[in-house]
Design a binder for this molecule. Structure first.
Ligand SMILES: *[C@@H]1O[C@H](CO)[C@@H](O)[C@H](O)[C@H]1NC(C)=O
Ligand SMILES: *[C@@H]1O[C@H](CO)[C@@H](O)[C@H](O)[C@H]1NC(C)=O
Ligand SMILES: *[C@@H]1O[C@H](CO)[C@@H](O)[C@H](O)[C@H]1NC(C)=O
Length: 174
């Protein structure tokens, strides 16, 4: 009995200790492209108050990550701990606000002949990356500016539909 009680006590203490020290990623994809899909705890910092972390997407398509205590009041109503929450997710263990958010956002190939010597009209190599700005129903596009081929996301260039030399792709910008 004493052992069980001691175990429960230690478990409780270590749980408190851990949760009060949970660290959250704190970044803004508007100034830090890694913030779109950080894959680990690198850059996580302890919150000054409380243990919950948030990750949210704001109206201009940026992803913000940080401590719940720093959320503006107007943002709180959209936050929940549901896994498929689209605009703001709360969670409470170390670096739990890492990872792609919203998790269904699309990936495209990026290539820009205006500032690289790569031939973007050739078959595409490498792995696609998530679009930097979140837009519901985003697509990958390929377009031409003068002689230069450019591959990017519709959210990077919403005028695509108005231009004959811009094509919306079915998949990752193939
Ligand atoms: C960008 O954000 C990531 C994830 O939080 C962090 O690891 C990295 O240090 C940040 N980079 C800069 C330049 O702040
Ligand atoms: C809350 O969510 C709604 C619907 O997605 C959105 O229109 C609104 O801007 C959000 N509010 C804040 C403060 O993020
Ligand atoms: C890119 O490759 C295509 C297909 O091989 C070729 O027609 C085109 O001239 C190349 N463009 C450049 C800038 O090298």
């Amino acid at each position: 009995m004493i052992k069980v009680t001691l175990f429960l006590f230690l478990f409780g203490v270590s749980f408190l200790f851990e949760s009060s020290n949970a660290q959250c990623l704190q970044c803004d994809s508007g100034t830090n492209a890694t913030c779109v899909n950080p894959d680990g705890a690198s850059g996580a910092r302890a919150c000054s108050n409380g243990a919950q972390c948030y990750v949210r997407v704001v109206d201009d398509g940026r992803v913000l990550r940080g401590c719940q205590s720093e959320l503006p009041d107007t943002a709180k109503e959209n936050c929940s701990d549901k896994e498929d929450e689209v605009t703001c997710k709360l969670c409470n263990f170390n670096a739990c606000n890492a990872g792609l958010f919203p998790h269904h956002r699309i990936f495209c190939h990026f290539c820009d002949e205006r500032n690289s010597n790569r031939n973007c009209s050739l078959a595409i190599e490498g792995t696609p990356s998530p679009c930097r700005t979140f837009l519901a129903n985003d697509k990958c596009i390929v377009r031409k500016e003068g002689d230069h081929v450019i591959r990017q996301c519709l959210s990077d260039y919403e005028d695509c539909s108005k231009e004959k030399s811009c094509k919306v792709c079915d998949s990752h910008g193939m």
